[in-house]
Design a binder for this molecule. Structure first.
Ligand code: GLU
Length: 475
């Protein structure tokens, strides 16, 4: 029988092993650095001119700031590569738009859920649209190798659909899947709703055929070892806090909040115009953006929203030119000829900068720019009314997502009656800003994707699927 003394020894040893130097959280704090693996895509992590960006990157950066350490981001070039790094304990966590699955949870630690998504089966419009798995027949379905979707298909095949066939593509980027459906080398692809929303405008012919199952949780994964237990707890605390205080919702809004506004036809036209019309104006837009210290992608997005890059554009309401300036605005900005593209771009850029500068100081970027755009569209006075209504209804007038939700109230009598400046087409202003944000992000990504670092020469990441460690097949 165990004596009290030996029992105590066991307890003390257990305690010591639980919080000795092998505790990874302590090491991270002592070393001042946390390492996070992600994948390079517009929805997760990419390089931007000031450095790294992407929803997962920014989230990981917030964690690093909370811990008071530096963030080291690493890129894996396949989903298997991400989990291999975790298994070898080469990184502290994986943040890559990963779905929660039972198999993954058995092999790794996982955080609380911080977002959710619905897997979508995507097809090319004009082709046959299946309404469900029972209508796939001989359609060629592609899915990311090692993804939660591959796993879901395996389960479906084992349970109820023995004839289900698909091809698993060993690429980390869902764009590859969309590319295949777009160019006809596949008929269908499975992709998460948030990713499709963001990429759809690059592939305007693609649309959702049906949902593959219900909503899935998005989680971070950590290595399974006991030394990661403390870090896992800390990560959960952090994610719970940012869910409660609204900063997570704000970050999501920043990256995904503009993805569903464009119609398919609008996206199609935009993709075509980037190729056909933008090249003629790129240098001029760049030049003016530089003069006014604006991001040229933003100026390009605004001018596209205003005139579809048509310098001669005119509207029945009397606005004209590349930036569709009204006569009074043009006068105020010193524009003599509204149809001169250089003058028009300069007038619009200057007007936007003026408005942005005059907004209350406590509105931070990027909300500041979105609100400046709303004011550019309906005028600063109406924006002020919308901010007041936002506050009155318990929203935060410093957040674009809250103000945006209240702008359409300016069209309703019971609300605009109570404002200082009255009726305004608030719904239109909301669309104006959301469209621009959408164009802006596509233009940025188009420009950036060419500069992303290529995969390292790590043959493991390129081994054919069948040669990979068997356990990764199931991930
Ligand atoms: N969420 C997927 C996963 O966890 C990856 C993204 C995708 O395949 O669309 O495997």
């Amino acid at each position: 029988m165990m004596t009290i003394r030996s029992l105590l020894t066991v307890l003390v040893l257990a305690f010591l092993s639980g919080c000795s130097q092998s505790d990874r959280l302590r090491q991270i704090l002592a070393e001042g650095e946390i390492s996070v693996v992600s994948r390079n895509s517009p929805t997760t992590y990419y390089l931007y001119k000031e450095g790294a960006a992407g929803f997962e990157h920014d989230l990981a950066q917030l964690l690093a700031e909370e811990l008071g350490v530096k963030l080291r981001m690493e890129t894996a070039y396949s989903l298997a590569g991400i989990f291999r790094r975790l298994e070898r304990e080469e990184v502290d966590l994986a943040a890559a738009g990963l779905s929660l699955t039972d198999d993954r949870s058995e092999l790794f630690r996982r955080s609380v859920a911080y977002a959710s998504m619905v897997p979508k089966v995507v097809y090319r419009t004009g082709n046959r649209r299946p309404a469900g798995l029972d209508e796939l027949d001989d359609l060629h379905l592609v899915v990311l190798a090692g993804s939660s979707h591959e796993q879901a298909l395996q389960a479906l095949a084992a349970e109820a659909w023995p004839d289900l066939r698909w091809e698993s593509v060993a690429e980390a980027d869902t764009m590859e899947l969309l590319e295949r459906v777009d160019n006809g080398s596949a008929d269908l692809a499975v992709i998460d709703s948030n990713e499709f929303g963001m990429q759809q405008s690059l592939y305007p012919m693609l649309a959702v055929a049906f949902d593959l199952g219900s909503e899935q949780d998005m989680v971070w994964y950590l290595p399974a070892g006991p030394e990661f237990r403390g870090l896992q707890r800390r990560v959960d605390q952090f994610l719970t806090r940012i869910q409660k205080d609204g900063s997570l919702a704000q970050l999501w809004e920043q990256y995904f909040g503009h993805t569903t506004v464009l119609s398919r036809i609008g996206s199609h036209t935009f993709a075509r115009n980037i190729r056909t019309k933008l090249p003629a104006w790129r240098d001029l837009i760049r030049q003016v953006a530089k003069e006014y210290q604006l991001d040229w992608h933003l100026l390009a997005a605004i001018s596209y929203q205003e005139s579809h890059w048509e310098p001669e554009a005119t509207s029945p309401t009397g606005v004209r030119g590349m930036m569709m300036l009204t006569n009074p605005t043009a006068k105020e900005m010193g524009v003599k000829d509204r149809l001169d593209p250089l003058q028009s771009l300069r007038g619009g850029a200057r007007y936007l900068k003026d408005i942005r500068r005059r907004l209350p100081r406590d509105i931070q970027e990027p909300d500041r720019t979105w609100m400046a755009l709303a004011a550019y569209n309906i005028g600063p006075a109406h924006l002020e009314d919308a901010r007041m209504l936002t506050e009155r209804h318990g929203g935060d007038p410093h957040l674009w997502s809250d103000v945006m939700a209240h702008l359409p109230l300016l069209q309703k009598r019971e609300h605009y009656r109570t404002t200082r400046y009255g009726y305004a087409r608030g719904g239109e202003a909301t669309h104006f800003v959301q469209n621009i944000r959408h164009y802006y992000s596509i233009l940025q990504w188009q420009d950036l994707s060419a500069d992303q670092p290529g995969p390292p020469l790590n043959p493991e990441d390129y081994l054919p699927l069948a040669l990979r460690e068997k356990r990764f097949l199931a991930l």
